[in-house]
Design a protein around this ligand. Structure first.
Ligand code: HEC
Length: 161
């Protein structure tokens, strides 16, 4: 009987460890080593898969349906300074957008949570690496908007560490 209890206890222990592994950041960790990509392929992927919502060409802040990718890059760059971390976080997000893990809480309130889509993880790695490495096009209103938000200490700063 005593052994049986030990068995149960150790199973519980294993289960609780297994739980932690489900954290998408750790899953992505194992596979995020390869950060090489073809620049023009990655840019095409970004345009085809992300710019429909994260458009760099919009006439005003009022007509957009998601923050421009340049804004996402800026926000992620504040929290994740190394390329490895940045890519890991972005890949993990795109594979499984989760309200509780969102850095851009103001954007979640304004636009609602990014819908989960069936992206290929390898494509996401290329896109995230490209975003980290390259200067992205940004809408003409973006620089002024950033300045204004900072002056107000406004929504884009919410949730900052
Ligand atoms: C159907 C529209 C849509 C598409 C397509 C889309 N997104 Fe998003 N995304 C959103 C919206 C809306 C937000 C802002 C709300 C939020 O953070 O969930 C967002 C936010 C984000 C964020 C910030 C998450 C945070 O921490 O708050 C990242 C990173 C991101 N998107 C990456 C991508 C990438 C990379 C692609 C292309 C592979 C992509 N998105 C495609 C709608 C979209």
């Amino acid at each position: 009987m005593k052994h049986f209890i030990y068995l149960i206890l150790s199973m519980l222990f294993f289960l609780s460890c297994a739980d932690k592994k489900e954290n998408p950041l750790e899953v992505a960790d194992a596979e995020s080593k390869d950060l090489t990509y073809d620049s023009s392929e990655a840019y095409q992927l970004l345009k085809n898969q992300c710019y429909a919502c994260h458009s760099p060409v919009s006439s005003s802040h009022d007509v957009i349906i998601a923050p421009p990718m340049a804004a996402v890059k800026l926000r992620y760059g504040r929290s994740y300074t190394s390329k490895d971390e940045f890519v890991k976080a972005m890949v993990s997000w795109t594979m499984n957008p989760d309200k509780d893990k969102a850095l851009m809480r103001g954007a979640v309130d304004k636009f609602q949570l990014m819908p989960k889509q069936s992206f290929a993880e390898s494509d996401m790695r290329k896109i995230a690496s490209y975003v980290y490495d390259n200067q992205l096009e940004e809408p003409t209103w973006f620089a002024a908007h950033e300045k204004e938000m900072h002056a107000k200490g406004g929504r884009m700063r919410q949730g900052m560490p």
